[in-house]
Design a protein around this ligand. Structure first.
Ligand SMILES: Cc1cc2nc3c(=O)[nH]c(=O)nc-3n(C[C@H](O)[C@H](O)[C@H](O)COP(=O)(O)OP(=O)(O)OC[C@H]3O[C@@H](n4cnc5c(N)ncnc54)[C@H](O)[C@@H]3O)c2cc1C
Length: 298
């Protein structure tokens, strides 16, 4: 190996974070664990003679990058959109890169929380953030102002979709869980003309006022292969939203079991994102019904 190749390889070695880089908030994944994993992968590749071509992602798994708030908007009765832009100069070959459904860790001076960007470009990303009355990050988010700084690392999450690999995708979410599923639906339905896969998103919310992304969901519903059912738990009277099917009642086991009766166990992919209880309940149903392909975002 020439010395320049060796230099190049050593440059690709994941940078070791300082012990002090761990914020002590019990982040999942912790920056030190991520580095350990990357280092093992790097050593395995080195031994096997695999020379990785590193993509220049603005985001980094073990190093926080600085972003600034460029927009804050109401998304629904209990959620906001936060737009963040990379702070600093972008090298020619670098850009922000995420797979739909992947999440990032936001780090403030006192806490860290995972969020799933719903949209992004080469240097900015849009988050859908649900606000909880007593939530620590929620209270921080409520006071955010334009030009405030937030540190971000990532992306994390191992869900990878291969085009046209299923006939049908059933997506189940409650509340802010839609943040993981919307970017996947968009990438399949709008961003890829070659897709033949049909998607049915079943999303549970308290009331119509609590539904974010209404315009975006209706835009998806204009396509032949996307269907959306909003399962509204509070009695909102006769509610309608063009293009979207509205159902009364909580997104409960009976509804999921009924839907699962009519799909192929082999060619259907099931995606789930909600509270831990919701995720566990649906996983049990999927196992009982013997569906082969599912992924839970948690
Ligand atoms: C991989 C991953 C991706 C995520 N992506 C998003 C996202 O894109 N958008 C988003 O809004 N959130 C997302 N979350 C949840 C988010 O990270 C925070 O947990 C959430 O915003 C609450 O943080 P908090 O500090 O405001 O509340 P905390 O201070 O952590 O909790 C305070 C109280 O709020 C309530 N609470 C907190 N979280 C939940 C919950 N999930 N369901 C029900 N009640 C809850 C509980 O009553 C809790 O006791 C994601 C979580 C994970 C694990």
């Amino acid at each position: 190996m020439s010395s320049s190749e060796e230099d190049n390889e050593n440059m690709c070695r994941p940078t070791t974070p300082n012990e002090a880089d761990c914020c002590g908030n019990g982040c999942d994944p912790c920056i030190l664990d991520v580095h350990k994993r990357l280092l093992e992968q790097w050593k395995t590749n080195k031994l096997a003679g695999v020379h990785e071509r590193h993509k220049r992602n603005l985001l980094n798994l073990v190093e926080y990058k600085k972003f600034i708030v460029t927009g804050i908007e109401t998304a629904s009765a209990d959620s906001i959109f936060i737009r963040l832009k990379y702070k600093g100069n972008i090298e020619h070959s670098a850009q922000l890169f995420l797979n739909p459904g992947q999440h990032v860790i936001l780090h403030t001076p006192t806490l860290s929380r995972p969020f799933t960007p719903i949209l992004w470009t080469h240097n900015n990303l849009l988050l859908l953030v649900k606000l909880y009355a007593k939530g620590s990050f929620s209270n921080y988010a409520k006071q955010l102002k334009i030009d405030d700084q937030i540190d971000i690392r990532g992306p994390y999450g191992d869900f990878l979709y291969k085009s046209n690999s299923y006939e049908q995708i059933l997506m189940f979410s409650i509340g802010s869980g839609i943040a993981s599923l919307y970017p996947i639906a968009k990438s399949i339905i709008i961003d890829n003309d070659e897709e033949e896969t049909k998607i049915h998103l079943i999303a549970g919310f308290r009331s119509l006022a609590h539904v974010p992304l209404k315009k975006e969901l209706r835009a998806l519903a204009d396509y032949w292969n996307f269907k959306c059912t909003l399962q509204i738990s509070q009695d909102d009277g006769d509610i309608t939203l063009n293009g979207l099917k509205m159902e009364h009642g909580r997104l409960k086991e009976g509804i999921v079991r009924e839907l699962l009766k009519y799909h192929s166990l082999q060619t259907t992919l099931i995606l789930i994102c909600g509270t831990p209880e919701f995720n566990d309940g649906l996983e049990k149903i999927i196992r009982d019904t013997r569906y082969l392909h599912y992924h839970i975002f948690k």
